[in-house]
Design a protein around this ligand. Structure first.
Ligand SMILES: Cc1cc2nc3c(=O)[nH]c(=O)nc-3n(C[C@H](O)[C@H](O)[C@H](O)COP(=O)(O)OP(=O)(O)OC[C@H]3O[C@@H](n4cnc5c(N)ncnc54)[C@H](O)[C@@H]3O)c2cc1C
Length: 493
């Protein structure tokens, strides 16, 4: 009953984590207390950056085949179009939001995991665990009521907003719950006046009303409602949904045949430390926030992409354990930004004061008329601008050549290593592989050489997750960088 990594929770984040580790050759067990995968649509969108990262493992094609491409978001107040953000110009092979119900995302990830030989153990709950210096021991409650003890080198809490892992390590989950109730309605609808490939955000004096296309004729509607005062936000009826449509939306829309109706409240909460010794917090276990912008699941999956290659290198003895500390620093920084922007979008969309609304509409119209603002908005939403500008893994850089350490390295997307690989590799872009061959053997093992004939004397070292580690004209800088993360070498005899 030993495994290198025990993953608690098989939601989209746990499945991503397991798939990445398994394709890197790490032995994993992944357990989930629920007897079945969710059948709910929950998170609806895979953004461009997540698709880029999925491309390296399962490939994006299977997700794209099951989804529907949304190209733009309209912001509307009354009968006036305040602005339109188009994702078509985002510099990515996937310039769209891929609308795909969370249930399908999970199904496809689980199918990929099965291709890698890993089965999710369902109906198995982690009820307790303890961390020692060199490993973790966890108690698994099986569906027949029996307990098993499992030992692991590392434990990863992908166990959602009410995380047992977070409670057990005692990580404070600081933030607040918004004082409003929200309705979610996945419905069929007639009369949507925009193309089906576009989402719309209606800023109404009663509050926000958002329409996301799921597939032609099928939509997700979200709106804030006055606080009900009840312990749990009430589930809306179809009649209540229709009343919101008529009051806040454009005329002539009729909802019918609801697929999923739910009430929810918005929490904005986050831990500040994502690593607790041998345990990690990933996804909703580490951060929850407003669904505005649809960033939650994508941020969680990208936490997993960030941690997986580091853990694989450490488990394989290729890198020193301190590499793992960078996970918390990098992803907590991103989590803070996502929380702030989701909160800002929510507050802006739910303004009630008439003067504030008038100002918002006027400023919004001017700002969303500027190409630079629209580009920045689209880059943020699609998460291609996520990076680690002050990250602990950033090495030296050539100033002014267009790439900054910690930034997503765009050229690494083309022909990036993909599929099943035993060890994650850094990519070294250089004009010839003679340069990469100059690295000492223990460091060369970490690197895969990529030839860019137009690079001249420049060298770009790119992390396994596609972010620039360092740029330089001197291979010694690359050696120095890798030496910092590689295990100390035994002195020559
Ligand atoms: C109504 C609703 C609408 C949403 N809409 C959006 C959206 O539009 N966009 C977006 O990005 N996000 C949205 N989200 C949020 C999104 O669903 C989450 O961000 C995402 O599911 C987080 O994934 P996760 O894997 O971290 O956690 P979860 O999906 O919560 O998965 C955690 C898993 O851990 C398991 N588990 C928990 N405790 C244990 C234990 N002790 N032992 C074993 N297993 C355990 C659970 O059974 C569960 O399967 C929505 C959520 C809800 C509820």
């Amino acid at each position: 009953m030993h495994t290198q990594v025990l993953i608690v929770g098989a939601g989209p984040v746990g499945l991503t984590m397991a798939a990445e580790l398994a394709r890197y050759g790490v032995s994993v067990r992944i357990v989930d207390k629920a007897p079945q995968r969710t059948d709910k649509s929950k998170a609806l969108v895979l953004w461009s950056r997540t698709l880029e990262l999925l491309e390296r493992g399962p490939g994006s094609a299977r997700f794209i085949a099951a989804g529907f491409k949304a190209q733009a978001v309209n912001f509307i107040a009354g009968d006036k179009l305040i602005g339109r953000v188009d994702m078509g110009a985002v510099d990515t092979p996937f310039p769209f939001g891929l609308m795909i119900p969370q249930a399908d995302t999970e199904r496809l990830l689980e199918e990929y995991l099965a291709e890698l030989g890993v089965t999710v153990e369902r109906g198995v709950e982690v009820t307790d665990f303890s961390c020692e210096l060199d490993g973790v021991t966890a108690t698994l409650l099986q569906s027949d009521g029996s307990d098993d003890l499992v030992s692991a080198e590392w434990l990863i809490g992908c166990d959602g907003a009410h995380s047992l892992v977070r409670h057990t390590v005692g990580a404070p989950f600081t933030g607040e719950t918004m004082p409003s109730d929200w309705m979610l309605a996945d419905v069929h609808m007639r009369g949507y006046p925009c193309p089906d490939s576009e989402a719309s955000v209606y800023w109404h004096k009663d509050g926000a009303f958002v329409i996301f296309p799921i597939s032609p004729g099928r939509y997700r509607l979200i709106a804030d409602l006055p606080p009900s005062g009840e312990a749990h936000p009430p589930t809306p009826t179809l009649e209540q949904v229709q009343a919101v449509i008529q009051r806040r939306g454009p005329p002539g829309m009729t909802a019918h045949d609801p697929i999923w109706l739910a009430g929810f409240r918005i929490n904005g909460r986050k831990v500040s430390n994502y690593r607790w010794g041998r345990a990690f917090l990933v996804g909703d276990a580490a951060h929850v926030h407003s669904p505005a912008g649809g960033q939650g699941m994508n941020t969680g999956m990208q936490d997993a992409f960030n941690l997986a290659w580091k853990l694989a290198l450490v488990v394989g003895g290729e890198c020193r354990e301190t590499l793992l500390d960078s996970y918390s620093l990098e992803r907590s920084f991103v989590g803070d930004q996502v929380l702030k922007s989701a909160q800002r979008l929510t507050v802006v969309g739910t303004l009630k004061n008439p003067v504030a609304r008038t100002v918002r509409n006027a400023v919004g119209h001017v700002m969303l008329g500027l190409a630079s603002v629209k580009h920045a908005f689209a880059d943020t939403m699609t998460q291609v601008s996520v990076g680690y500008p002050a990250g602990p893994l950033n090495g030296v850089e050539i100033h002014g050549d267009g790439y900054t350490a910690g930034e997503r390295y765009r050229p690494a997307l083309e022909g990036a290593p993909s599929g099943i690989r035993a060890t994650p590799h850094f990519q070294l872009f250089a004009s010839s592989d003679i340069i990469a061959n100059a690295l000492p053997a223990p460091l060369a093992r970490l690197v895969e050489s990529r030839i860019g004939p137009d690079l001249g004397d420049r060298l770009y070292l790119v992390r396994p997750d596609g972010y620039l580690a360092c740029s330089t004209r001197c291979i010694d800088d690359v050696s120095a960088y890798l030496n910092q993360i590689a295990p100390p070498q035994a002195p020559a005899a």
